[in-house]
Write a protein that binds this ligand. Structure first.
Ligand code: IPM
Ligand code: MG
Length: 372
């Protein structure tokens, strides 16, 4: 096996603890890697005004893959208040570093599997095996937002025919606009990724999530492109649903779903619903995948109240490690890690608090390593 260069990005809160757990299992697998620590997270925001410093972006551009723990996020005003005094009042605006990584490194595909491991007491059902392809760079996450609406934009609104021009007489300070921007390019790219995955992994159905009946321009575009791409894959069942209905169907018949594809925000929301059906965020792993680089992460946050307690479930992070191995082409190691994790879950002897046990983060990792 070649030696891989892996950027190691613990972040803050419990990020370091879950990564420590993952490391125990990767070492046991003899995964041949050099791990390079990268600065990212709340302390870099407070002290440098940048939670994702340039040096970390450079590091990311030089590695084979990255693993990311968790990061604290706060609204703009609360974030500004925590800057060191020298940096306050300079117009620095906090933006989620994970969203920045996704956009600035063009990690366009958020891959989010939802798999029920047998014996997990938290499973909603045991026959769930869904994989979500979430567009990861645009949509309502584009960052094109106006806290105060500029006159030029108001003029554009004024030109619309009623009732859509009804905001034109409001002062700019009395409303805000967040733009949902969906390009044909990125929509097609993620939809194609989902169909290709289905084809190559013997998956039967791809479901497109949208709200094209109301959000006609952007979601209409997404759905139209999906219908066209689907024609190239006649062997795969094409399915589509409005996002609101999707929450009901998923809860009613999760076993009927296979591959899901969604624009950014719906993907964010639906993937949390999926996660909860197989144990919650302690089991939710994801990959932010680009053409040359991928950053893997548990989807949970930094759980500040548990920091330093080694209490949280590291399985999401260990499964993110499994996804990394898979993406690097180390399928055998990935399978071993997944099987060992599945065994520990099904035996049900070593469990963190969320599963009704009182084992520590590292005891779970050790139990998994012992199976390897
Ligand atoms: C996720 C998270 C992020 C998102 C947050 C932390 C910015 O909820 O990865 O699902 O909204 O994408
Ligand atoms: Mg989310």
């Amino acid at each position: 096996m070649r030696k891989y260069k892996i950027a190691w990005l613990p972040g803050d809160g419990i990020g370091g603890e879950v990564l420590e757990a993952l490391k125990i299992t990767l070492d046991k697998l003899d995964f041949n890697a050099e791990y390079i620590n990268g600065d990212i997270g709340w302390e870099f925001w407070c002290n440098e005004g940048d939670s994702l410093p340039k040096r970390t972006m450079e590091l990311l551009n030089s590695v084979d893959a990255a693993i990311f723990g968790a990061i604290t996020s706060k609204p703009v005003k609360a974030a500004e208040a925590e800057l060191i005094p020298e940096l306050r009042g300079k117009g620095l605006v906090y933006r989620s570093p994970i969203v920045r990584m996704r956009q600035e490194l063009d990690l366009y595909c958020s891959l989010r599997p939802t798999k029920a491991y047998l014996g997990n007491p938290l499973n909603f059902r045991d026959d769930i095996d869904i994989i979500m392809f979430r567009e990861n760079t645009e949509d309502l996450y584009s960052g094109v937002e106006f806290n105060t609406v500029p006159d030029k934009l108001k003029a554009v609104i004024a030109e619309l025919s009623p009732p859509f021009s009804r905001f034109k007489d409001l002062p700019g300070s009395e409303f805000a606009i967040s733009c949902k921007i969906n390009t044909k390019f990125a929509s097609e790219r993620i939809i194609r990724e989902a169909f290709e995955f289905a084809k190559n992994n013997n998956r039967k159905k791809v479901t497109i999530i949208h709200k094209a009946n109301v959000i006609r321009a952007t979601d209409g575009l997404f759905l139209e492109i999906a219908k066209n791409v689907a024609k190239e894959y006649p062997e795969i069942i094409f399915d589509e649903a409005n996002v609101d209905a999707m929450t009901m169907w998923l809860l009613k018949n999760p076993e009927k779903y296979d591959v899901l594809v969604a624009p950014n925000l719906y993907g964010d929301i639906i993937s949390d619903l999926c996660a909860q059906m197989v144990g919650g965020l302690g089991f939710a792993c994801s990959g932010n995948i680009g053409k040359k680089l991928a950053v893997f992460e548990p989807t949970h946050g930094s759980a500040p109240k548990y920091t330093g307690m080694y209490k949280v479930n590291p399985i999401a992070t260990i499964l993110a490690g499994k996804m990394m191995l898979e993406w690097l082409g180390e399928q055998m190691l990935a399978d071993k890690l997944e099987n060992a994790t599945a065994q520990v879950i099904s035996e049900g002897k070593i469990k963190t608090y969320d599963m009704g046990g009182n084992n520590t983060t590292l005891e779970i990792a050790q139990a998994i390593a012992d199976k390897l």
